[in-house]
Write a protein that binds this ligand. Structure first.
Ligand SMILES: *Cc1c(COP(=O)(O)O)cnc(C)c1O
Length: 572
């Protein structure tokens, strides 16, 4: 195939996938967290499974941000300096957007996600940093998730409206599904309405995935702001679609879509309760297996399962037959890699032989990053000489409460060492590269959000894939994972069958966390390694379901209406 043939082939893409963030590679800082990582894994699986899909996102000149931990334990942010001309190819097409009473020029960069068999899923990253724009316009795509509503609404216009225009100008004429990965892209509905003039025609072409059960996670804009940026270009039916008093991006997306879904079973239930007038399905999230697997486990899988697992995720159903000693050995190597990294980035030197528990995610209130420290004396007595802890995670630069949590963790770390010789490390700049090291190198993956606030969570799936045991509140994906196989880890607090589960307070969850750590996790790790190794294989087996190949197949069938056959079968 010539390059031209390949490009024509790609331009026959049927699905356009829109996402405010897509985590393409660890050192391409176009993402902040879970949403972007899921989008990246979706793109990677779509490329492996040869789906006719094209991605749209924004490029961010200063990234999200680089996180440093100051000597006093606080988060400090720096702009990222990077030159994406080495990661992306400049696209020779520009389009215009009327914004307020000015015209904005939008350019694009292209990144190719190349699947295992060579299939390319192109991703276009929109950019306003062009010489023909005024300085303030050039800054519009500077950072991801700026706190100002103006910057945000304009970024969402660029994503939704310019995304559609850019695809058209590039010659993508066969797109029959516009997938909004979260409400940020919902202005594409206004753009399609402008083209087709009828809502039935728009609705036929759109699908929507909602990603958070937390109200504040659904973008809403004041109509004064909407009016100011759109001027006379706002469609007459805007308020019917997006809400009367505030322009709600989720509502707009739901009203403009033929299919909508949540990202885990429980999240589906909650989303239907939040938006009772709509039909909301669920497709449980996953992870891209070979992307998240440590190199040691990777060669172990290739040796013992055969290489078909790269396409045929059912291969992992045979995980219990893996050689336990080899699984343990591969895990120990991943653990050494993590601790090597840790020792060169911290003055708290961890011990290779000690049970190591990891906690890393966006730092925010509902995830309760301080739960482990609820009773410092009890925590210290359980852990001293037996367990050590690695924390990591960024918080949004405008979230002052979360900033204080990071400082608290670092203060607790000092106290616990000085008083009890318990080691707690907080590593800076959590990103996909550090995540890969952590989810494969720790022994236990801890997650303790306030119940039913976690839509899915995916870091626990990455841990399970690497034979790391989950220790988590029954929320998001873990409700399903723990039910499938309770040997794959532990639950914190009551199950979903307890009607009062949601009312349990922090103290009761902390109590259960301490009790299980003391009575089950630590003793099994120290005295019953055979049992531990067996559990590791149960964890791995879970990912025969919690992977993005399975997930993308479900999107292809239920949302894109592309294919009924399993996609991987045609690739074997
Ligand atoms: C996987 C990942 C996430 C998402 O994990 P959650 O469990 O959903 O918090 C966030 N950030 C990074 C860097 C990741 O790799």
């Amino acid at each position: 195939m010539t390059k031209q043939d390949a490009e024509n082939n790609q331009k026959s893409a049927k699905v356009a996938y829109f996402s405010m963030e897509i985590a393409l590679e660890g050192d391409v800082p176009t993402y902040s967290g879970g949403l972007g990582v899921l989008a990246g894994d979706t793109i990677r699986s779509a490329a492996d499974l040869q789906l006719p899909l094209v991605g749209i996102t924004l490029t961010y000149n200063a990234g999200y941000f680089y996180q440093m931990i100051a000597p006093d334990g606080r988060q400090v942010e720096r702009d990222i300096r990077w030159d994406f001309s080495s990661d992306f190819e400049k696209v020779d097409v520009k389009i215009k957007l009327d914004l307020q009473d000015k015209s904005l020029t939008v350019g694009a960069w292209r990144y190719d996600a190349i699947g295992r068999s060579g299939h390319v899923v192109p991703v276009y990253l929109l950019d306003t940093d062009l010489p023909e724009n005024e300085p303030w316009q050039r800054n519009l795509t500077r950072v991801l998730y700026d706190a100002s509503p103006f910057q945000r609404i304009v970024q969402e216009m660029i994503l939704g409206i310019c995304g559609v225009r850019m695809l058209k100008k590039l010659g993508y004429n066969e797109i029959n599904t516009f997938h909004m990965n979260e409400g940020h892209a919902a202005f594409l509905i206004f753009e399609l309405f402008d083209q087709y003039k009828k809502m039935e025609e728009v609705k036929k072409r759109c699908v929507f995935t909602t990603h958070t059960p937390v109200r504040a996670g659904h973008d809403q804009f004041e109509y004064s702001l909407v009016q100011d940026v759109f001027r006379d270009r706002l469609p007459a039916n805007a308020r019917d679609l997006a809400g009367k008093d505030l322009c709600n991006m989720t509502q707009l997306a739901l009203n403009g879509s033929r299919y909508a879904n949540a990202v885990a079973e429980k999240h589906g239930e909650i989303s239907r309760r939040m938006f009772p007038e709509y039909d909301i399905d669920h497709i449980t999230n996953g992870i891209h297996m070979s992307f998240w697997l440590s190199p040691y486990m990777h060669s172990l899988f290739d040796n013992e399962l055969g290489t078909a697992w790269h396409h045929d995720y059912h291969s992992l159903e045979g995980a219990l037959d893996l050689n336990s000693t080899e699984v343990w050995r591969a895990h120990q190597k991943s653990k050494y890699d993590l601790l090597d990294y840790e020792k060169s980035h911290s003055w708290v030197l961890l011990d290779e032989k000690m049970l190591t528990i990891g906690y890393a995610r966006r730092i925010t209130e509902y995830k309760r990053p301080l739960l482990l420290f609820s009773d410092l004396e009890r925590f210290a007595k359980i852990s001293a000489g037996k367990a050590q802890f690695i924390f990591a995670g960024k918080c949004h630069p405008a979230d002052n409460q979360a900033k204080s949590f990071i400082k608290n963790i670092n203060d607790f770390s000092d106290y616990l060492w000085n008083s009890y010789k318990v080691r707690v490390v907080f590593l800076g700049n959590y990103d996909m590269d550090l995540s890969k090291l952590m989810v494969s190198g720790v022994d236990v993956w801890l997650n303790n959000p306030r119940r039913y606030r976690e839509a899915s969570g995916t870091s626990g799936m990455k841990a399970a894939l690497n034979g790391v045991l989950n220790f988590s509140v029954l929320d998001g994906w873990w409700i399903e994972g723990y039910k499938m196989d309770p040997k794959a880890g532990w639950a914190i607090g009551p199950g979903t069958d307890d009607p009062d589960a949601e009312k349990k307070d922090d103290a009761s969850d902390a109590d259960d966390l301490y009790t299980k750590l003391q009575d089950e996790i630590i003793p099994i790790y120290r005295k019953n390694l055979d049992d531990w190794r067996e559990r590791m294989k149960h964890a791995i087996r879970l990912v025969s379901f919690f992977n993005t190949h399975r997930m993308v197949e479900q999107y292809a069938e239920k949302a894109y209406k592309l294919q009924k056959q399993p996609l991987w079968k045609s690739l074997l």
